[in-house]
Ligand binder design. Structure first.
Ligand code: AMP
Length: 136
């Protein structure tokens, strides 16, 4: 079983903690764990989610050590932020998702149910995605 963080699978992390270099995406970036790469350059990696929720489920991550969106927004250089935002859009285009539509999602901290403490944007597509949040 893949443990997304040291609290075990499916447990949200505390996004106020410092970056943990042993998180699973850091291990993927170091080549210690395999991944199904969709796109890679010096600053960005996009790979297939190991547990896809829809037909197309890609994770896009910056290669820098950022815990969350706000951490990235506050600490990353403008050039890295611009590059990341552009690449997310380009990857969606390259996957043919503009015409049918798609969804981007970044989970942060406990209420966002973030499981991996390395910033990632989920890119969902390949079928109608329904309402924005689960209705319970
Ligand atoms: P989040 O709740 O936004 O932190 O989501 C973390 C995502 O990472 C989940 O959708 C997991 O299925 C995915 N995930 C965890 N480990 C891996 C892995 N080794 N390779 C690809 N995706 C992973």
């Amino acid at each position: 079983m893949v443990h997304a963080n040291d609290k075990g699978p499916f447990m949200p992390i505390d996004a106020t903690l410092p970056y943990d270099p042993d998180n699973i995406f850091a291990k993927i970036l170091r080549g210690e764990i395999p991944n199904d790469t969709v796109y890679e350059d010096d600053h960005v990696l996009a790979f297939k989610d190991i547990n896809p929720q829809v037909p197309i489920h890609i994770l896009v991550i910056p290669k820098g050590a950022y815990v969350s969106w706000d951490d990235f927004a506050i600490t990353a250089p403008d050039s890295e932020i611009a590059h990341f935002v552009r690449k997310v859009g380009e990857i969606a285009r390259d996957l043919g998702l503009v015409e049918p539509g798609y969804r981007l999602l970044a989970n942060i901290g406990a209420h966002g149910h973030q499981e991996v403490p390395h910033l990632h944007v989920h890119l969902f597509g390949g079928k109608p995605l329904g309402p924005m949040l689960a209705r319970s």
